[in-house]
Design a protein around this ligand. Sequence first.
Ligand SMILES: N[C@@H](CCC(=O)N[C@@H](CS)C(=O)NCC(=O)O)C(=O)O
Length: 222
Amino acid sequence: MSELIIVGMPRSNLTRSVRIACLEKEISFDFTSRDVQTPGRPPTNALLERNPFGTVPVLIHGTFTLFETAAICRYIDDNFAGPLLRPVRADKVARMNQWISVAMTRLDQNIIRNFVIPMVFADHKKRHDPGFAIHMNQLADVIRRDLAVLDDAYADGWLFEDRFTLPDMMIMPMLHYLNAMPGGPEMLADAPNVRAAYDRFKARGSAAQTDPLLPEQILKSA
Ligand SMILES: N[C@@H](CCC(=O)N[C@@H](CS)C(=O)NCC(=O)O)C(=O)O
């Protein structure tokens, strides 16, 4: 068993970001979903002992336990040998922290919590409710505006040109879910630099190894 353990769920976009960071850092780790709650259920006591907020991912490194995706990703980059997952210059590090903050506070909310999750879990009746459709269209407009901002930021490749860095590792798994939603591919088509980055992401080994392999029936029904 490795001394580094990532606790989370394969379908969790944030758990995926952390697993991608470990793979890109080329460090060995164990990934476990043991004692993690099933969807819609309250956090298990075992998870609450590791993270009192009851969310994943959680990192366990020997006797050290850490929650919050951004903190975990930075810990992985700073504490292990391997390729650097961030830029070097101080101003660029500050810019990276800006994008991490945008990813964690804005994009995760707008794309995953407000759009993807309600879309996936809406039942047949809800999906045919005109009020729901209007609401989802408004949320889609917010995402389109976010993608337009990102499109400028991805004009030169990744956020930091040819270096695949931590905020890319946070944003790309969100786009994976967005692309699987009705209207998602069209939203990405309107942001061609983001789309190109997403296509490069899909070709990476770390993306393939962490692909949540979305169940076909969930996507078709969304
Ligand atoms: N701010 C937290 C958010 C973590 C989060 O919301 N994780 C989701 C999975 S992607 C989760 O644990 N959801 C289950 C729940 O909230 O009960 C972080 O950055 O790690």
